[in-house]
Design a protein around this ligand. Structure first.
Ligand SMILES: [Zn+2]
Length: 222
């Protein structure tokens, strides 16, 4: 990462300077069907490693997946970020405890203020749900899965996704619905996802995954 000095970062919103945990690479031993990385060791350590992909300002809670040094926010964006962070209920309640999923929640709020795409916002919520699962925070996991589905649906409707991104996003709407217990809905989306991959050998792996998860949803729906 091209940060100035060893992890010294300055918040582009409030100007607070702090040392950030290094992003660091981690070893994965495969992924779950919603692409949650399997990381050796304790699940809570894995949650922390995933969480470190987002930088959070300890002073104002501004958060982003990008390097802070590369960010420039206009006056209006900064104002919008500050207002949204101030008004957010989850941040108010959990700021001091700072559970790992809160970083993604903060990044989602700031992403909205900075005009992030629905696909990007969905991805933040998806990663928040992975962290919740590793932390065994079941209700929060479902909350973030539901939010990810909503963002992905909006993305499929408005953002002209193509190729692999279209196929993966469509598949994820199915897979997250399955995990939320909406098995019929999931089956419809697996079918939709299957149509988006047709004839592309580069995503043959996704075809196999869709097939496997579709069968699982069929069993669960029965
Ligand atoms: Zn700040």
């Amino acid at each position: 990462m091209g940060r100035a000095g060893p992890n010294h970062v300055t918040c582009p919103v409030c100007g607070y300077a702090f040392r950030d945990a290094p992003v660091g690479n981690y070893v994965t031993v495969g992924r779950e069907a919603d692409f949650c990385p399997k990381i050796p060791g304790r699940p809570s350590d894995g949650a922390r490693l995933i969480r470190n992909s987002v930088t959070v300002c300890p002073a104002c809670s501004f958060a982003a997946g990008e390097d802070f040094a590369d960010l420039f926010l206009s006056f209006d964006e900064r104002y919008d970020v500050e207002e949204r962070l101030k008004e957010d209920g989850l941040l108010r309640v959990f700021r001091s405890a700072s559970p790992p999923w809160l970083a993604f929640h903060a990044a989602e709020i700031c992403g909205k203020a900075r005009g992030a795409t629905s696909r990007e916002l969905g991805d933040l919520c998806l990663r928040a749900s992975w962290v919740c699962r590793k932390e065994r925070e079941r209700p929060f996991e479902s909350t973030f899965q539901l939010r990810a589905v909503r963002h992905f649906l909006r993305s499929l409707q408005d953002e002209n996704l193509v190729g692999r991104e279209l196929a993966v996003t469509t598949y994820l709407v199915g897979e997250l619905n399955r995990r939320l217990g909406n098995h019929r809905e999931a089956l419809n989306w697996y079918v939709n996802a299957g149509r988006t991959t047709e004839g592309d050998p580069r995503i043959a792996w996704l075809d196999r995954l869709i097939d496997k998860q579709r069968k699982l949803a069929e069993e669960q729906a029965a």
